[in-house]
Design a protein around this ligand. Sequence first.
Ligand SMILES: [Zn+2]
Length: 366
Amino acid sequence: MVRDWWIGDAWSIKDSILQALPTLLPLIAGVSIPDAEVDDCFVGKNAKDGQLTLKEAYNSIAKPRPCVNLRSFPWDIDTPPAHSMIVWRFIHNKLPTDENLRIKGFSFPSLCSLCNTCSESSPHLFFECSFVRKIWNWFAGTLKDNRLIYNLEDCRKIMEQPWCPRAKVVVQASIACIFHQIWTTRNKNRFEDKTASWKTRVGLVNAHAKIVGDNSRRGSNSAMTNFVFHKKFGVQIHPKKPVVAKEVLWSPPLAGWLKCNIDEVVSGNHKLAACGVLCRDHQANHIFSLCDFIGSEAPEVAELMAVILAIEEAKRRNITNLWLETDCIFVVNAFKNRSMVSWKLRSRWLVCWDYSIRINFMVTHI
Ligand SMILES: [Zn+2]
């Protein structure tokens, strides 16, 4: 039992065991054990609350989806489903190109209907053909870094660039529309004997991107790169609504009390999080301040880490009158319902929670 090895506030492990397992102590040194009696339980490693659900179990054994990194693409509310469907079928290799029909047992000579020089396969038809290279090169010329596009991975990298929401809609709609135009041109060539120049197709993509951009409700920002991109497609700029400043006054604690203000920040595509704590007395004198880099985590987790840092420091300094102020209602509720806390933090949280009920403590929401 863990209680046999945890005496007071530290691990107490026999020398014979430490000699046999020299890596054990560094491994468990960062683990805090709460004083309160808590039942042991099994936890699902990837689940936030530790509960192993059917969905978690399925995801752990299912094969990764080919478009797992594309997130909102190709299915986006601003992209027509007919365009998204062509992209989706390409991603899953479900389009009836000559190559795929041969795999199913059909036997016939294959010739690309767009360039009439190569046999037809999905990669050739959508990215390698001399006809479609002109369309992709035109699209690359509208981007800020003129990044050339040779496969779907290149499309993903372009979509993940720091666009404003409206520009991202235009990028996604343009890529989906290019797929749709390529497939439509190929079918008209092959089955209706109708040819079209690549410039005609580019004109249709351009017109479609403008319609999507103008009708999207998503906002744009003041970045010059987004402005230039919008203007290349003739999309109207819809500036963001002005931010309403909210005035917040810091109210001091009573004499003899200390007040900790905590906050977090999450930024970047990978949602990198950090948190900070500022502790002051009733005269607003600085007592201590802390900050920590959390990594790729949700804002609530970063806010909880700030609380843990604040209470652990208060415990270290024997502070017995503590007021914690946060702008996160999740943290306030976590003091009422411990199961809301992620299982990864729960052990440290219980230690802090146990200390908070033994001192004069309050937590408030701004
Ligand atoms: Zn071709």
